[in-house]
Ligand binder design. Sequence first.
Ligand SMILES: Nc1ncnc2c1ncn2[C@@H]1O[C@H](COP(=O)(O)OP(=O)(O)OP(=O)(O)O)[C@@H](O)[C@H]1O
Ligand SMILES: [Mg+2]
Length: 357
Amino acid sequence: MINDLTLNNFRCFSSLKIKLSPGINFFYGKNGSGKTSILEAINLCSSAKSFKSGNLQSLISIGEEAFNIKGFDNTSGYSLTITKEKTKPISIQLNNTKTTTSKLIREFPSTSIHNNTFSFADAPPDFRRKLLDKSLFIADKQFSETWFAYYRCLKQRNALLKSGSITNIDPWDKKLASLGNELTNLRGAFFDATLIELKDLIKNLDKSSSTKYLEHINVIFFSGWDKEEDLYHLLKNKRDIDLRRKSTTTGPHKSDIKFLIEDIEAKQILSRGEQKLFSILWCCAQHEVLRKIYNINAVLIIDDIKSELDDNTFKVFINLLDFLNNQIIFSCIDDHFSSKIESDFRDFKKFHVEQLK
Ligand SMILES: Nc1ncnc2c1ncn2[C@@H]1O[C@H](COP(=O)(O)OP(=O)(O)OP(=O)(O)O)[C@@H](O)[C@H]1O
Ligand SMILES: [Mg+2]
């Protein structure tokens, strides 16, 4: 968890120092005031990646040579420094020692929900797969080892397919199938646990008819191949097809999470606001699995929560805040919290972003 955050030459902030609450942190301010920038900086502290753009250089304030983010965790005493210079890769230092992204995501874990996540039922399969995998990377070291081994092996098999000669492909098929089954078992177990949390959240959140649709959404884990079939045999049988396509057409790299209402894809039925609430709930359910099963207190970051949500749906979100015990950081354009609502929450801290500059 980050308690003290300092930004230098990061987007619109030449210098900013804030103290975050260990409970709920609410940032509000008009368009362009810097809400997304602050949440982006906190997200960077737990992933070294931007959720807004793939290009870290664009986060350096215009006219400057580098940005610098410092974070301090009061509980662990850990300090974090992230620096990005225009011409150099990002540098991450934990307690003044250089560290890797995979260490960072475990030391400062977060779940980020932002613009792309809001319509994630509508996003391509790899988006949902990556979201599930991100939680697994945080939760389980074994998962990251298996994940890297699987994708290395997939690369080798695809290289053979591209070369046009598959006489030596059998050992790769065996290895890919074995790693693929392992990867899928870990994903499947995390998915099952998430589904239980999702149902629990839905049951407890709101009894009004406006969110009845949530109960009709059927969430299904697709492993990437027909699970009735043995993965090794499937890879073997598909060698000719794969050779023509020059890539492996089946396996865990095609895995997805499907949302169906009466066998129709939910994205075709749900309104945008409904999709947004559902996406938030799914991410929070993953977040709850991390907390309850793995004892990992990830920070929950939600950018621009109110847009597209009417007052009723927003109330559901407010109820949700009460369920989650971790540090929460979220933003809206307007201040939707009266002092009465604030006093109901644990450690609530409100930031008017225009006044921070
Ligand atoms: N590299 C940069 N250098 C300087 N300013 C930047 C840079 N990148 C973005 N900005 C500016 O930072 C300001 C804050 O952007 P940000 O996205 O954080 O605003 P916001 O409060 O989230 O607004 P909105 O309500 O529209 O989402 C904007 O005016 C933007 O143009
Ligand atoms: Mg924004």
